[in-house]
Design a protein around this ligand. Structure first.
Ligand SMILES: Nc1nc2c(c(=O)[nH]1)N[C@H]1C(S)=C(S)[C@@H](COP(=O)(O)OP(=O)(O)OC[C@H]3O[C@@H](n4cnc5c(=O)[nH]c(N)nc54)[C@H](O)[C@@H]3O)O[C@H]1N2
Ligand SMILES: Nc1nc2c(c(=O)[nH]1)N[C@H]1C(S)=C(S)[C@@H](COP(=O)(O)OP(=O)(O)OC[C@H]3O[C@@H](n4cnc5c(=O)[nH]c(N)nc54)[C@H](O)[C@@H]3O)O[C@H]1N2
Ligand code: SF4
Ligand SMILES: [Mo]
Length: 705
């Protein structure tokens, strides 16, 4: 075997993985002679991940020089023509022309913008500013609506602030009991497992709540196999037991919270027998969970999308926060409630104004004082900033109803990731103008009139904020290929063509970040004291960081002061409600959806990498042996899944590690294998999160044709 020598001149550029919210610290190996990224290693100095990464991070650098990269703008006047390479000049002028025409004929609000949690803070900030000042439309939202919106709304209601983990990841290792609800850490945030392992070594009890026993469940001391969409009943009942046994901290409740009396009354009828009937978890397991949670010196509740992607996601989050508050297990190391953020910049992406109801610094677009603060930085009158717009699914639905006639998508692939994807795709196809910026041609970009080829994170510096609220810097390692440009340059160029260049003249992404710092000053997510230099020196700075000499705030609520004006956390009295679509005679099972280790979201970045694709080349429907027996199906056989919204045929994987009444399908595939052709867009009334995790499904054996 030939030994490949690494060039002596190899440069190692410190950066972070461009996929999930772990934002693993990596060093890209760059060969200076040809400006190629030729490898990667873990960065042992990055304090959150200590050199760890997952299989995706170990090969994701291969995106940089991938032959599928978009290197020239693509364009066509109508969908009946193929996309053709075009110059930037032509693509930008055509786009500006179409936008002008649409807005002249149908009003400003006929244009919509759809962003993503993968965008850097700089791009997310600029996209929000661009939608509101250049397009002057209220309709900008982003894919995080499908991701963190329920967790964010719950934390904001209860604590007055939303930072996914209000403590550093290292605190997980200090917990003695961890309730992990709807969270598959082992596949979705693999390096975070090191903290769970450490906690276990130090005697922690881990209880997972999931309809499946995943690799995460395998390290747990117990898995509560819950019926999808019933976590609220479990949380209510855990609180019932804590109160019944007097395992609550009345002093903490009196000093640091409000609203407990109403909550106490609201869980009176929530007995373990009641929860067993709803959630399918044996009553003794619920009693035991409450006992372990209460008796541990430090207990923690962590939720992820399994608990949150429901039409009652916010109430479910609030119910689990109630548990932490009632036991006083908040605000000291090893204790607390947290949500595990998903996308690379899922945290920063929801702070800087690409969400329909927000302005930078986690400000509220309906609050006059917040609007004035941002208007001042933008140099406009407050009245120039539009009000709140439509949420992500409602925006896509407005496309179907022709209320939105033109759409600009940056950093998302809704043709695969949106619920009820059939009508969403039809809507995208019927748009008068669709522009997409991406570095690979996604299923959404394939429906566009204009595709802007953009830089990957290795090709442009920019900041992200990881799952602990730590602002990070990804350093540029190489130049973008061909004519590809950073996202922010596309926005600035279009601003010029649309006659609004003021406020969109930047030399580099650091200049945008410096404006973002000013725009966030005084907001909840205050970045004003964070700078590129400071991040470089400290390997990240946690917000809030309100001044140059402030070190950042790894732990919120340390002095048990919460962010409501009175410093107290809020209990919320809740009442149980079932999933929007319960199984019945026609659709007798529950379909739930989620992730696999090897693929990332809509798969546009991972299907192209051989090492990942070969390990998981197709979506499999996980079903229990009892169900398989009834259907006369074995692993590898084709099954047809049918819901009220569509049909999908997939191969089955028979596994005892799922509830017999449930089918699990990963959502990383588009086309006819897209599970979102089946999912239910029933929305949470507060967060507008769709019910990705539970709908009624029929399953039949499909005879090969
Ligand atoms: N490999 C990989 N990693 C990723 C991603 C990826 O696509 N691939 N995406 C990133 C992103 S954006 C996100 S948001 C995170 C998501 O991270 P997770 O939320 O951990 O991932 P999911 O697989 O969506 O769901 C977690 C678990 O919820 C369970 N579940 C389903 N329904 C229910 C229910 O009703 N109640 C409960 N308690 N559990 C339920 C599923 O069986 C699943 O094991 O992962 C991030 N990391
Ligand atoms: N059934 C089901 N559906 C789900 C979920 C589920 O659990 N079940 N989970 C939901 C969740 S949590 C999420 S986060 C969404 C995510 O769903 P999507 O928003 O579709 O996520 P991605 O596949 O990451 O799409 C990002 C697109 O932007 C590109 N991209 C990445 N980085 C950049 C960048 O910096 N600039 C630009 N211009 N483009 C970039 C990628 O190549 C990709 O094409 O899916 C949701 N949909
Ligand atoms: S995908 Fe997530 S866990 Fe894997 S290397 Fe990238 S940031 Fe780390
Ligand atoms: Mo997500």
């Amino acid at each position: 075997m030939a030994i490949r020598m690494l060039p002596w001149s190899l440069i190692k550029v410190k950066t972070h993985c461009n996929l999930c919210a772990m934002q693993c610290g990596l060093k890209f190996w760059v060969e200076p002679a040809n400006g190629q990224v030729i490898g990667v290693e873990g960065d042992y100095d990055f304090p959150t991940t200590h050199g760890l990464m997952c299989i995706k991070g170990s090969v994701s650098y291969k995106q940089v020089h991938h032959p599928d990269r978009l290197t020239r703008p693509l364009m066509r006047k109508s969908l009946s023509e193929p996309l053709q390479p075009a110059s930037w000049e032509d693509a930008l002028s055509f786009s500006a022309g179409r936008i002008r025409e649409i807005q002249a004929a149908h009003g400003r609000e006929a244009m919509g913008v759809y962003g993503g949690g993968a965008l850097t803070n700089e791009t997310a900030y600029l996209l929000g500013k661009w939608a509101r000042l250049v397009l002057k439309t209220p309709h900008i939202d982003y894919n995080g609506r499908f991701c963190m919106s329920s967790a964010a709304a719950g934390q904001k209601k209860a604590f007055g602030v939303d930072r996914g983990l209000p403590f550093p990841a290292g605190d997980i290792a200090l917990a003695k009991c961890i309730l992990l609800v709807g969270s598959n850490v082992a596949e979705c945030l693999p390096p975070l497992m090191s903290y769970f392992h450490k906690a276990k070594e130090q005697g922690a009890v881990i209880i997972a709540v999931d309809p499946r026993t995943t690799d995460t469940g395998r390290i747990a001391d117990g898995v509560l196999r819950i019926r999808p969409g019933t976590d609220l009943a479990l949380a209510q009942t855990l609180l019932h037991v804590l109160i019944r046994e007097n395992w609550i901290d009345r002093r903490f409740i009196a000093e640091h919270t409000t609203g407990f009396e109403a909550v106490e009354a609201s869980v009176q009828a929530c007995t373990p027998a009641w929860a067993e009937a709803i959630a399918g978890i044996p009553a003794p397991q619920i009693e035991e969970t409450a006992r372990v949670f209460a008796s541990a010196s430090e207990s923690m509740v962590l939720t992820s999308r399994g608990a949150e992607q429901h039409s009652k996601g916010v109430d479910t989050v609030l119910a689990f926060i109630n548990l932490a508050l009632a036991t006083g297990k908040v605000g000291r190391p090893g204790c607390g409630f947290g949500t595990l953020t998903g996308q690379g910049n899922g945290q920063g992406g929801r702070e800087h104004g690409q969400k329909a109801d927000q302005l930078p610094g986690y400000r509220d677009i309906s609050n006059p004082a917040h609007r004035r603060a941002v208007a001042q930085v933008w140099g406009v009158d407050e009245s120039e900033i539009p009000g709140p717009g439509l949420s992500a699914y409602e925006l896509l639905d407005a496309v179907s109803r022709k209320k939105i006639r033109g759409l600009f998508v940056m950093g998302s692939n809704p043709a695969v990731s949106a619920p009820k994807a059939g009508p969403v795709r039809d809507g995208l196809k019927a748009l008068e103008f669709l522009a997409v910026s991406d570095f690979f041609l996604s299923e959404t970009a394939a429906q566009a009139h204009v595709v802007f080829p953009v830089a990957l994170s290795a090709e442009e510096s920019g900041t992200t904020t990881n799952l602990e609220g730590r602002g990070l810097l990804r350093e540029k390692a190489v130049d973008p290929p061909g004519d590809a440009r950073p996202d922010w340059q596309v926005l600035c160029a279009l601003a010029g063509r649309l006659g609004r260049p003021e406020g969109f003249r930047f030399q580099n992404s650091e200049a945008i970040f410096n404006e973002l710092r000013r725009a966030t000053r005084g907001g909840a997510a205050d970045y004003s004291g964070i700078s590129y230099e400071k991040i470089r020196a400290a390997r990240g700075v946690h917000w809030p960081c309100p001044s140059d000499d402030h070190p950042g705030a790894p732990r919120l609520f340390e002095d048990r002061r919460f962010w409501h004006p009175d410093g107290k956390a809020r209990f919320h009295a809740l009442s149980y409600r079932p999933v929007a679509e319960e199984p019945d005679a026609e659709y007798p099972y529950v379909l739930t959806t989620g992730r696999l280790l090897e693929h990332y979201l809509s798969g546009n970045q991972t299907h192209r990498l051989e090492e990942l694709e070969s390990r998981h080349p197709e979506p499999l429907a996980e079903i229990h042996p009892d169900l398989a027996k009834d259907l006369l199906v074995k692993t590898g056989d084709l099954v047809r899944l049918t819901t009220r919204r569509g049909q999908v045929a997939l191969r089955a994987r028979v596994t005892p590690e799922i509830l017999p009444s449930v089918v699990f399908v990963p959502f990383h595939w588009g086309g006819a294998r897209c599970v979102n052709l089946l999912t239910n867009p029933a929305l949470d009334p507060v967060s507008r999160m769709p019910e990705f995790k539970a709908c009624a499904v029929r399953i039949e054996k499909e005879e090969p044709s």
